[in-house]
Design a protein around this ligand. Structure first.
Ligand code: DC
Length: 228
């Protein structure tokens, strides 16, 4: 279904843990609705990439603040891809590397980083017509979003989905390592003091474990079209 020109352009948020299927479903929804797609994990990953390449201790707030002050981050959302440009370099191809993934959850727990990224994310929602994906979209970045989802799946399902993605991307790794990494990352994302991963009170919680991508997208489209 394509949304017609005279329908409302909503802010749709999808939060949830790693491997629940947020990116795939968010992209599919954005394509069906003719909306932009914002992958906010890419922004945290870009900060992690910069911290890694600069070699700073990213659990040190002073070093991190200094890094952000000198970080020129530019984001474009064409063709349902969130491209992040740091300085003059398009760093998008480097952001899924395991060492960036590891550091991303550390920088995401730092208030300095979350504050810095807040207006960068919010500017994309000003005109509506956006599907935004992350951990705190419905709770903090777009608390007034018209439609909010919290997409979950059990640890086994998420592990095997991530394992397939890793193999397809040509990265090494075995399933047990990936299971531990996801579990540790979930714990860090859920237990941090600032913007922890929790469903917004007005979010529709979907367990995608037994569902295909098409089924998840169809369930979400039902909620969205009711609001158009
Ligand atoms: O979704 P992802 O795996 O690309 O996210 C990378 C890291 O950033 C992950 O540890 C969660 C964190 N993150 C966050 O804290 N808030 C967001 N809105 C998006 C991602």
């Amino acid at each position: 279904m394509n949304a017609s020109a005279n329908t409302r352009r909503l802010v749709v948020t999808i939060d949830g843990p790693a491997g629940a299927g947020k990116s795939t479903t968010a992209r599919a929804l954005a394509a069906q609705l003719g909306y932009i797609y914002l992958d906010t994990g890419a922004l945290y990953r870009a900060v992690a990439w910069k911290a890694n390449t600069t070699g700073i201790d990213c659990s040190n707030p002073v070093a991190l603040k200094d890094l952000l002050q000198h970080m020129d981050l530019h984001v474009t959302l064409e063709d349902h891809t969130t491209r992040t440009i740091v300085g003059s370099q398009d760093v998008t191809p480097f952001l899924r590397a395991p060492d960036v993934t590891r550091v991303a959850s550390t920088v995401a727990a730092m208030p300095e980083v979350r504050e810095w990224l807040l207006p960068i994310q919010q500017q994309f929602g000003q005109a509506g017509g956006i599907v935004a994906e992350g951990r705190d979209m419905g709770t903090r970045v777009f608390p007034n979003a018209e439609v909010k989802f919290f997409l979950n799946a059990d640890l086994n399902t998420r592990t095997s989905r991530r394992y397939q993605e890793h193999r397809q991307a040509g990265h090494d790794g075995n399933q047990e390592d990936i299971r531990h990494q996801i579990h540790d990352r979930d714990t860090r994302d859920q237990s941090r003091n600032i913007a922890p991963l929790v469903p917004a009170t007005d979010a529709l919680v979907i367990d995608s474990s037994p569902m295909t991508v098409d089924e998840v997208v169809a369930t979400m489209m039902e909620s969205i079209t009711a609001r158009l």
